[in-house]
Design a binder for this molecule. Structure first.
Ligand code: HEM
Length: 144
């Protein structure tokens, strides 16, 4: 099994890439290219959900393939607490994202736009706690 740090690093790169897609979709929206906003966000949705699914499968099969394996092996108490806070953003996002796709496809603007604000806040919190604070290398590697 790859180490938890390697998995977190791959996730950080993936989330950065889909965030670029999301920002591009909002720029197109601001320029009136609504269809392109929708297309990019469909791609954003499929890629993000696939990454979440792949991560979930790894978390489940890891301990079977390598007894004692866990993504949080070697993590400090601080990083474990950050993970808890991070999940407070991730879990609501798993519900809000499909709703964003549905309300966008149905053109339910009165729900899609306010929900978009909640979505943006949750996404920002997920980015700060995930990309900013979760460890992609052992602490000793940061403070040699
Ligand atoms: C984050 C803030 C967002 C805002 C402010 C926003 C806003 C909008 C607006 C104003 C429309 C046009 C609605 C209409 O035609 O009546 C739209 C369409 C759409 N949005 Fe969003 N959106 C956001 C994020 C998202 C996300 C995250 C997704 C998907 C996960 C998404 C998916 C769509 C889709 C599929 C459409 C339909 C495009 C089409 O006409 O083909 N949007 N959005």
């Amino acid at each position: 099994m790859p180490s938890g740090y390697d998995i977190i690093l791959v996730l950080k790169i993936t989330v950065s890439a889909v965030t670029v897609l999301l920002v591009a979709s909002l720029i197109f929206l601001a320029r009136g290219r609504v269809k392109l906003h929708g297309r990019l966000n469909l791609l954003f949705f499929v890629l993000t959900m696939s990454a979440v699914l792949a991560f979930e499968v790894l978390l489940r099969i890891g301990p079977y393939l390598e007894p004692g394996w866990s993504v949080t092996n070697g993590w400090t108490v601080f990083h474990r607490q950050v993970l808890r806070v991070h999940l407070c953003f991730v879990i609501p996002l798993l519900f809000v994202m499909p709703l964003m796709l549905l309300t966008g496809l149905k053109h339910w603007r009165r729900i899609h736009i306010p929900l978009g604000i909640l979505f943006a806040l949750l996404w920002a919190g997920m980015l700060v706690t995930g990309i900013g604070l979760l460890p992609h290398a052992p602490v000793e590697a940061w403070n040699p």
